[in-house]
Write a protein that binds this ligand. Structure first.
Ligand code: ITT
Length: 196
């Protein structure tokens, strides 16, 4: 029987929680390294969209490592805040607690609690060659943080069809329905097609 070697990819993220989720979703398909295995720097984000930021991270990492890279730029888009914090989700405060506190404060009295997590992955696999995979998870913002699993805004995000937050639901459920899993399902299909 022919033994196929796994495709190697470098994740262009410094967020360890994203790495854990991505590994759980595609670790069986690809051999994963992270940018932290190569350099100890933060990749700057100056773009005006998730796609611009994700592309910049993936292209930067490709130049640095010379291997196929996968970048994730994600954010929480809240309807009553005109899409804030959106692409600025990571810069909304100095840490997760500050970001959540600011979000809930800005939503004080808001009846419309609708929100969506969005992610854009860029897979940069050769000079000038890349593919884009997008994912979304719609839901609403809780009145107060609940739960201890996950990361980021998980304690205040209740996905549609549930009554509890991502942080209460835990990784098995989150990884089945999240924005990241929706996008990576498309990435799996693409890679499987490409290598078959
Ligand atoms: P990298 O740029 O190094 O990938 P980052 O944490 O800065 O890491 P982003 O720029 O994509 O990532 O910012 C995403 C923000 O949205 C950040 O504050 C995350 O905590 C939050 N976020 C993204 N996905 C999330 C998820 O699945 N659950 C909760 N919060 C999430």
């Amino acid at each position: 029987m022919r033994k196929t070697t796994k495709q190697e990819i470098v994740l262009a993220t410094r967020n360890k929680n994203k790495v854990v989720e991505i590994r759980a979703m595609i670790g069986d398909l690809v051999k994963i390294q992270t940018i932290a295995d190569f350099v100890k720097i933060d990749i700057p984000e100056f773009g005006r969209s998730l796609l611009e930021n994700s592309f910049a991270k993936a292209a930067f990492a490709f130049k640095l490592c010379g291997k196929p890279t996968l970048a994730d730029d994600s954010g929480l888009f809240v309807s009553s805040l005109d899409g804030e914090p959106g692409i600025y989700s990571s810069r909304y405060g100095r840490n997760d607690e500050e970001r959540i506190t600011r979000l809930l404060k800005n939503m004080t009295g808001a009846k419309n609690r609708k929100a969506a997590f969005r992610v854009v992955f860029v897979y940069y696999y050769a000079p000038g060659k890349y593919e884009v995979f997008e994912g979304e998870c719609v839901g609403r913002i809780a009145g107060a943080p609940r739960g201890s699993e996950g990361f980021g805004y998980d304690p205040v995000f209740i996905p549609r069809g549930h009554r509890t937050t991502f942080a209460e639901l835990g990784p098995a459920t989150k990884n089945r329905i999240s924005h990241r899993s929706n996008a990576l399902r498309k990435f799996r299909e693409y890679l499987t097609r490409k290598t078959s």
